[in-house]
Design a protein around this ligand. Structure first.
Ligand SMILES: C[S@@+](CC[C@H](N)C(=O)[O-])C[C@H]1O[C@@H](n2cnc3c(N)ncnc32)[C@H](O)[C@@H]1O
Length: 205
């Protein structure tokens, strides 16, 4: 599903955004060590880029075994030394991880496909450590230069809808977070007028 008929990733045009998104996360949340979950990892690019610039242990998590196979090959090709784990799991029905487990959780481009989005968010909150942050949503990230953002936004018009996902408004994401019982969160766009939108969740107690 993640490779086209010529065997290449359908994500090739997006490759420059992953190191930028990883750097954004490291800068915003001062990531260095501890446990990072990449939920709905797909090709494994987000987690791998975070691994390259931190000492974090990375859990690559996806509902599809095929995605995890791809993520494994991404990790192998990257020659990283971080501790890595691969978990086949549905974030909406439960992750095989204990409460307060992860220091940082990233999930890019996945929530739009979750069957029960409020349960998925509640599950992320459960496994997030007190003092930790989760960033969930979709988009190119804040560090993408405007020229690249314009090209990629044009090239990738309506790709989400074509794949069967549903993009939510910030208000809809906010409603889901309240439904999930999450007390502390912020919803935001990637950039003014951009399609990308995210929810940042903090766990304080
Ligand atoms: C569009 S891809 C995004 C891949 C990657 N995060 C990226 O940004 O390139 C969405 C991924 O989410 C996974 N996914 C969808 N629903 C899921 C769920 N309920 N639990 C875990 N993973 C899920 C899909 O299998 C797919 O690999």
């Amino acid at each position: 599903m993640l490779k086209s008929s010529d065997g290449k990733s359908s994500y090739n045009s997006l490759l420059p955004i992953y190191p930028l998104l990883a750097q954004q996360c490291v800068d915003d949340y001062r990531l260095d060590s501890g446990i990072c979950l990449d939920i709905g990892t797909g090709n494994g690019y987000v987690g791998t880029e975070i691994a390259k610039i931190t000492n974090m242990s990375i859990y690559f998590i996806d509902i599809e075994a095929g995605a995890l196979d791809f993520a494994r090959s991404t990790v192998t090709d990257a020659n990283i030394d971080n501790e890595v784990f691969f978990l086949e799991a549905d974030v909406c029905t439960g992750l095989p991880l204990s409460d307060n487990y992860a220091d940082f959780i990233i999930s890019r481009g996945s929530i739009w496909f979750w069957e029960d989005k409020a349960r998925g968010l509640a599950e992320i909150y459960r496994v997030l450590k007190v003092g930790g942050t989760a960033l969930i949503g979709g988009g190119l990230g804040r560090y993408v230069p405007a020229t690249m953002r314009a090209r990629l936004s044009g090239e990738r018009k309506n790709t989400l809808e074509k794949k069967g996902g549903t993009r939510l408004s910030l208000e809809e994401i906010e409603t889901l977070a309240v439904e999930a019982g999450i007390p502390s969160f912020k919803v935001m766009y990637d950039a003014p007028g951009d399609k990308g939108r995210w929810i940042e969740i903090q766990k304080h107690v």
